[in-house]
Design a protein around this ligand. Structure first.
Ligand code: IMP
Length: 192
């Protein structure tokens, strides 16, 4: 039985699925309409979401919450990334950065896994990098065109195929944390 990733974001699902297949695990995407809280910590948002999604599905599942933390903007938009992307988008964020020489930023991701019989477990992943001077690339989603991870020679996430993004990304790290823990716990077998 596949492990359920409760998300409506097919990009996130593809990134996670490619990684999971390397561990011999299959993921299933379920767009569960669970109530998402707004909070200052990604971990709190993810753990709460995992409990809600698991209760609605009645099956083990995991959710993920991510955000872009820009140092010169005091870590804005952080946990508010989804709202900021929907409202001002990449162009708006670039405008906030006009004339700002410190372009350092970090993507963070927290994955939370929950079973009907036990509380959530969470795993974090981070990637440091910088906000590009202009949007570049057409792959991926969200802030991908304006984020260049450290060590990628200035290329943005949107200029990378999924397997390359997975070598750097916040999500690849949090998902790998989950997958390794999950395999240890279940001895390689998927929970029913
Ligand atoms: P979510 O709440 O976890 O869906 O993420 C919040 C927002 O952060 C999303 O709407 C995206 O705009 C952005 N985001 C999260 N992860 C990524 C990523 O891997 N690349 C680009 N943008 C991302």
């Amino acid at each position: 039985m596949a492990l359920i990733f409760a998300t409506g974001n097919r990009h996130k699902f593809k990134e996670a699925s490619e990684l999971a297949s390397k561990y011999g695990l299959e993921l299933e995407m379920r767009d569960v309409n669970y109530e998402e809280i707004q909070a200052d910590e990604l971990e709190e948002i993810a753990r709460h979401g995992a409990e809600k999604a698991c209760a609605l599905l009645g099956r083990p599942c995991f959710v993920e919450d991510a955000g872009l933390f820009v140092r010169a903007l005091s870590d804005f938009p952080g946990p508010y990334s989804s709202y900021v992307f929907r409202t001002i988008g990449n162009e708006g964020l670039l405008k906030l950065m006009v004339g700002v020489s410190d372009r350092r930023a970090e993507f963070r991701s927290v994955v939370a896994y929950c079973e009907p019989s036990s509380g959530p477990m969470s795993f974090e992943g981070k990637v440091q990098g910088s906000v590009a001077l202009e949007a570049r690339g057409s792959r991926g989603f969200g802030f991908d065109p304006i984020f260049t991870p450290r060590g990628a020679s200035g290329r943005t996430f949107a200029e990378m195929a999924i397997d390359e993004k997975n070598k750097f990304s916040h999500r690849a790290k949090s998902i790998e944390g989950l997958l390794k823990w999950y395999l240890r716990k279940s001895g390689g077998r998927l929970e029913k």
